[in-house]
Design a protein around this ligand. Structure first.
Ligand SMILES: Cc1cc2nc3c(=O)[nH]c(=O)nc-3n(C[C@H](O)[C@H](O)[C@H](O)COP(=O)(O)O)c2cc1C
Length: 169
């Protein structure tokens, strides 16, 4: 799938089929994270791949009771291993976004999860104190297709000739 097609048609998926993600597809998604750029190519992150059903279900209350987190047959937990370093979280976010696009291109669904209790997720997965959980990504077969975004808001885009103007709001 063309990268622009993936960018245009990817949507957050909040319902998944009870159907395993093929290993080959999972490794392609993880490969997309591995190839993502990072500041000074430091790659100071780890991606925990949760497949075990009991652990996935236990993640639900740690993620503000977002039930679809437990429905997806894989949950990828993005961690910054040196969170005090500048760009540590940016680097994790870039890799996560690569994964959302790769998953979409493979016919799989994802949804960024930023609403979670870091303390609870860390406790559940035995993540060391010094590591920071940046976000989670359920990955699975979409329960139902979603339409592409009709018209993205352009608020964040400033035409080149306007650079230097103050942008209100
Ligand atoms: C950093 C971040 C955190 C997010 N956290 C959540 C979340 O906890 N739960 C959720 O359902 N969606 C979450 N989202 C998804 C956004 O709501 C979604 O991307 C946005 O509404 C645009 O919809 P789309 O992804 O279908 O284009 C998050 C997105 C980002 C980028």
């Amino acid at each position: 799938m063309d990268v622009f097609e993936a960018i245009k048609n990817r949507r957050s998926i909040r319902g998944y089929k009870d159907e395993p993600v093929p290993e080959e597809a999972l490794s392609q998604v993880l490969e997309a994270a591995r190839l993502a750029p990072s500041a000074a190519n430091r790659q100071e992150y780890k991606f925990i791949v949760v497949k075990d059903e009991a652990t996935r279900k236990a993640l639900v209350p740690a993620c503000n009771n977002q039930k679809f987190v437990g429905e997806a047959t894989v949950v990828i937990v993005g961690c910054a291993t040196n969170p005090e370093r500048k760009y540590a979280r940016v680097d994790v976010a870039i890799a996560m976004d690569h994964m959302t696009l790769a998953a979409h291109a493979l016919g799989l669904g994802t949804c960024w999860i930023g609403a979670f209790s870091e303390e609870e997720v860390k406790k559940l997965l035995g993540i060391p104190e010094e590591v920071s959980v940046v976000c989670l990504l359920p990955l699975g077969h979409p329960g139902k297709a979603r339409h592409p975004q009709v018209a993205q808001d352009q608020r964040g885009t400033v035409p080149g000739r306007q650079v230097g103007l103050r942008v209100a709001g």
